[in-house]
Design a protein around this ligand. Sequence first.
Ligand code: GLC
Length: 409
Amino acid sequence: MQRTELEEAARTILLGNLRRGVADWNGKEFNFVCPSLTGYPFQWFWDSCFHAIALLHLDQEQAKAEMRTLMSGALPDGFIPHIIFWEMEKQPDFLSRNIVGRTSEFYSATMQPPIIAYTVERIYQATGDEEFRAAALPVLTAFYRWLRLNRDPDNDGLIAVIQPEEAGTDCSPKYDEALGLEELSNQGFIAALSKVYAAYEPMRGDDRRILAADIFHFEDVLVNSIYAMGLRSLARLLAGSDEAAEFEREADKTRDALLSKCWDEEAGAFFDLSGVAETPVKVVSISSLMPLILDDLPRPIVERLVDKWVTSPDHFWTPYPLPSVPASDPKFMPGNPRGFIWRGPSWINTNWFLSHALRRHGYAELADTIVSKSQECIAKSGFREYYHPYTAEGLGARDFGWSSLILDM
Ligand code: GLC
């Protein structure tokens, strides 16, 4: 596929998934791209950030609109929800197929990986729009402070998620044990998750209480790698102000905690910590590689991750890398997961993160291969939600927004 062809195809998806209007429930204008018109007709937090990054290559004003709409969903305490139901009339069908933790019918009470400051930084770098930056800064500082205050009760620099969907990698096998999954299927996942939802019901909205209850408490490596990356972007966006140092310090703290608490020297991988007791969850998944997105990851760790995991055909180096779970895991499910997602197929967003990360660490050839394989998946199967790591067969939602990240790879 030529660059122009790819751009036209991505434009068709992104503009096709555009939602514009005024919300009945708060009178605010919305203007954003939904992940998929059929499966995901609302605004999702990290999807929206990915859409904005792809849009930078097509329509910078639309990229700003995407982020302005997301930021307009921030609550007075700084929290930004993982789903905003701008068009309520689309809810019945969606809710019959999904469960969402809520304190309001209009948005979720849960978060998603905090890639927002990085996204705003990219928009600012591309456009130089000072007004956009100035309007974004109070929202961003409030949101990252909210995360620190409400999601890091032990103050170690690692924020915790209260449900797997908050990490964006919903059914990853790394959560099986903490969830007490009895049946390895999407129904099994929903059944286990429903118990968490029921336990949270009386405390929904009080995240500190929820974390103290220790029902599902995950210091997730993917979330914290993205958190550290976001904090660095925020510090740069704040350059010259007193607040910059605060977020720089926080980013250092998160990086140091990832190294001291999540890195397992013997296994050569990063592991999440489960529960208030911080028990390492010794399951390798795409998340175990995510600290590569930190530019200051020590070189020996970078090399170990690349040599042991990324480039090994036994683990992540499948014909269409990088699978969400290594091929060596007995739970690896490369084919159609029937909703039981993040257990094998390759996703474009993690390829976007990791191809840039590898390039920055000096692995240009590896990065190029990941990019060209991702492009092959799209050329062969269109913009799908995820792809079969052996055949490039497209799986999950069709016309899926964030696969347009290929434009930024
Ligand atoms: C699925 C994914 C999540 C994504 C959402 C919308 O739930 O696991 O990461 O944000 O779909 O695309």
